[in-house]
Write a protein that binds this ligand. Structure first.
Ligand SMILES: [Zn+2]
Length: 271
């Protein structure tokens, strides 16, 4: 009997989590009011969200049909400024992957994060020519990693320059990259040129895109501040501890399930 009860409780939690994600997915547009981030990337939402323009210069928005090209104005500004800086440096236009849903919140499939309008995925693949409409909806990811190092067939100096521009951009809190990418940068740069690597955080996956997370904006008192990145550039023991793990390029292949409750303030954002 007790087992039966536990099962019912578990099912209620699972179904509840799914229903929440579906609700956030089905909202087509942003909430009114001023822009503000509520909660964290893994349990949060967004008011006054802004869409990244589809036809902006220096980038293309991937899979627009997913409606995940929304963010806090700081995030939009970051992407546009990065695109401008990359263009000025002769780097090919980059591809912008998932950002947030119009009001943020949990996603019905894919990420556990990207919920509060401060996260943006940028693909490493830098196509020489703009992608066609059909390619934009079904892009093919290209890994930069081979074994525990970068893949010399795909990884180029432009990737390093793009990452450095992103890491040095104002308002960037951290950038997730595959541990093999971080290690390759650690090895390729002298110690006195590595301080920007502090913001590059090793994480599973992130071998075909990097994931930028902005810091809490000043207009968002309900934004949950993340623990600061550790002191130092993270080269040496920290990145090596990741490289010793068995499944380097791929993240653990469990579907995401929302376990953290959203802040109460997100209730009114959805309505
Ligand atoms: Zn991401």
């Amino acid at each position: 009997m007790r087992l039966h009860l536990n099962l019912l409780v578990l099912m209620a939690v699972l179904c509840g989590g799914k229903a929440v994600a579906q609700d956030w997915y089905q909202v087509n547009g942003p909430s009114g009011g001023p822009a503000a981030v509520i909660g964290s990337a893994a349990a949060g939402c967004l008011t006054g969200g802004v869409a990244l323009p589809q036809g902006g210069e220096g980038y293309q928005v991937l899979r627009p049909s997913r409606n995940r090209f929304w963010g806090h104005p700081d995030t939009i500004r970051f992407v546009r400024n990065l695109a401008q800086a990359a263009q000025a440096g002769g780097i090919s236009p980059f591809l912008v992957g998932d950002m947030a849903q119009p009001r943020g919140g949990p996603m019905a499939f894919g990420h556990g994060s990207h919920q509060n309008g401060l996260d943006v995925d940028i693909w490493f693949h830098l196509p020489k020519n703009p992608l066609r409409r059909d390619e934009i909806e079904a892009p093919v990811p290209i890994s930069m990693v081979q074994g525990t190092g970068t893949n010399s067939q795909t990884w180029t100096a432009d990737h390093i320059r793009l990452l450095e521009l992103a890491a040095r951009a104002p308002g960037v809190d951290r950038i997730f990259v595959n541990p093999a990418i971080k290690q390759s940068l650690c090895r390729g740069l002298p110690p006195d040129k590595r301080e920007w690597l502090a913001k590059l955080r090793p994480w599973w996956g992130h071998d075909e895109h990097f994931h930028v997370r902005l810091a809490c904006p000043a207009d968002s008192p309900l934004c949950e501040v993340q623990r600061a990145v550790p002191d130092g550039d993270g080269c040496g023991a920290e990145v090596e501890s990741w490289l010793a793990k068995p499944t380097l390029p791929a993240p653990p292949s469990k579907p995401h399930r929302q376990t953290r409750a959203l802040p109460a303030a997100c209730g009114t954002v959805l309505e």
